[in-house]
Design a protein. Structure first.
Length: 267
């Protein structure tokens, strides 16, 4: 894992931010082009020492999968803005938190500034089938928003414990935004997260169906032991990654039947 930049300029937000990049083990010795996964809360993706709540161990997991035959994936992780995290990750105003909502500006940064830079400077596959977006909590919300709104750019969306409570608009845009090509949307939530988490995730599954998404395009897994915590998201990263990029989505609970949407795991 390398620091791509300690202070990458984000013109849409007039801010600078540290950007991390993970390159597959054979990057330096091959001429291959790789798929790319963009992740939020970059402090927590790779490095325990920089995380504020534990790391996802994405580099260790991808190295292990590579050793088992995975083709490899470039991961670009963008640090959150600290006190500006809610502001940048919410596309909608949150008056109770003093947030006006600059999530669209943040996504415009990824699509119009960061992705073109990464595609120009690294051996990527720039097409939508090879481009993913993933995050948790508020990062799950902005991944949902970005994936739906920019579905011509992203086709693989990992949504972990999403903050759908922020606004009903997340349901409305899902219904209102056309998607002309296949998506892969993978969501997890835990029964121990409290509040409206599981109910909102289940409601979103119904929203996908009502919006015309095929059952093979979306999968939600609810875990009895799941908490709103990095350890939970780290544990489930591998399953999410594998489901998002397999050619024919399958139900990960059985590994041999077509995906059917909501799955509940007792442990």
């Amino acid at each position: 894992v390398n620091i791509m930049s300690e202070s990458f300029y984000m013109p849409q937000l007039d801010a600078n931010r540290r950007i991390w990049i993970y390159l597959p083990p054979d990057y330096a010795t091959s001429i291959k082009n790789y798929k790319v996964l963009y992740m939020h809360d970059g402090q927590n993706v790779f490095d325990q020492s920089t995380s504020f709540a534990g790391e996802w161990k994405v580099d260790e997991t991808l190295n292990d999968l590579f050793d088992e035959g995975d083709e490899g994936c470039i991961v670009v992780a963008i640090d959150n803005g600290g006190v500006d995290r809610l502001e940048e990750y919410s596309p909608w105003a949150m008056p109770d938190y003093g947030v006006t909502g600059h999530g669209e500006d943040y996504m415009a940064f990824i699509v119009s500034t960061l992705k073109p830079y990464v595609d120009a400077n690294y051996r990527t596959r720039a097409d939508r089938a090879s481009t993913g977006l993933m995050g948790s909590s508020m990062g799950g919300l902005i991944s949902h928003y970005g994936g739906i709104t920019y579905n011509e750019v992203f086709s693989r969306i990992g949504i972990f414990s999403p903050s759908y409570w922020v606004s009903d608009s997340c349901f409305q845009i899902t219904t209102a935004t056309p998607h002309d090509a296949t998506m892969r949307i993978y969501t997890i939530a835990g029964n121990l997260e409290g509040g409206s988490m599981v109910g909102n995730v289940m409601a979103m599954e119904d929203t996908y169906a009502a919006a015309g998404y095929d059952a093979t395009e979306h999968q939600a897994n609810i875990f009895a032991d799941g908490q709103h915590s990095e350890w939970f998201w780290a544990r489930e990263f591998e399953a999410a990654y594998e489901w998002l990029w397999q050619e024919t989505p399958v139900d990960i609970a059985t590994d041999n039947t077509p995906a059917t949407g909501l799955k509940v795991f007792p442990n």
